[in-house]
Design a protein around this ligand. Sequence first.
Ligand code: BGP
Length: 477
Amino acid sequence: MALQKDFLWGGATAANQCEGAYLEGGRGLANVDVIPHGELRPQVMRGLYTMDRIDENQYYPALKGIDFYHHYKEDIALFAEMGFKTFRMSIAWSRIFPKGDEEEPNEEGLKFYEDVFKECKKYEIEPLVTITHFDCPMHLINTYGGWKNRKMIDFYKRLVTVLFTRYKDLVKYWITFNEINMILHLPFMGAGLHFEENEDQTQAKYVSAHHELVASAWATKIAHEINPDNMIGCMMAAGNYYPYSCMPEDVWAALGKDRENMMFIDVQARGYYPNYALKFFEREGIHFDISDEDREILKNHTVDFISFSYYSSRCITTQEGVGETIGNAFKGTKNPYLKSSEWGWQIDPLGLRITMNTLYDRYQKPLFIVENGLGANDVLLEEEIDGYRVSDDYRISYLKEHIKAFKAAVEEDGVDLLGFTPWGCIDLVSASTGEMAKRYGFIYVDRHNDGSGTMQRYKKKSFYWYKDVIASNGEKL
Ligand code: BGP
């Protein structure tokens, strides 16, 4: 059994990491605009720094991104040349509602995405749209406290109603929140949370998560009412935890860490909080109101598909003195059997197959790999060597092994997989570093950490390789 004929090959981006034009077209200021790169970044992303200590006028690479806002036609033409069937992108909330709590949307923002979707359709590329990818208008944070506030559910409902109505004939695949479990690790970036000095952060994170989960279920309901063909997905930062040893305590710790992540998807895919989560809340003294209406919405409006990012598996131990590693904001135990990327993210293709089997066994809903890839410090050569200015064989080899792994999950294990959109199909600003140097693309963008560069696009070696992969529906790797 090969991959299905209409398998959705493509690539993934997010508004805040590629669009730029952060105050053009009536867009309002968003959390992602005030997260600096450099030393302060981790603390700001975690909600530990007050906004008045951040200089909004300082240069941050994300403010200009790769200027997708003005280059989208050129970029989508390049995606089409590779044969993309789908293109994952996100909406900047503050383009649609610059402050977030207005009654009426900003027409210029709506028109921009309409043009982008139409451009995709010109090439028969199916847009896959993340409604919020690390994105929240600053006004909602300053006035309401971000997702801590239940009112956010109503603002989000207003946003999605506008989107589903306006793009009814252009977009079918939607993702409600990018990496919803990331709220536990990057709460300011993920949900606009900023903590007061003695605030109970765990409590605040889970309250906010509840609001997002309810908002996500409302979005599913509204999407299906507006167009029954709409397909709504949840999205998690995935990657199973391995016990470092077969010591029962390590196995138990790994189960606990998996549950911490899976809880979000359990609610979105099964429609209720699992008992282990309710017990955890009780134990930790975490309180939030789950109204009857919340329960009803969660239960009756579960997602249509499970999408996820996968960069690495994770490992955990209870033993002391074992080396640590970090990958995609998750700290863990270093797995001695795996190699790492330049940024220390451990590389584990078989872990993708394991993760897919876990997710499919647990939810029995179609999966969608909407992020995967290798961040690397690509070099643009002065002149072509063998026809390329960027010879990214390391990226080709990473992706090849991960494609083999997901094909095995489909072909040998029977997992239902809708598509594959590797992350940063065109170079863009990195989420963890806020810089340009960590590149994932098939397309190189001449843009650098210090703001220099022409913004010119160059096809890397992987561009031609991926084109063949798509043309052969994954047979030719
Ligand atoms: C995920 C995010 C993306 C993306 C990716 C790679 O967590 O959803 O936005 O950036 O990680 O991370 P980085 O850019 O830090 O390498």
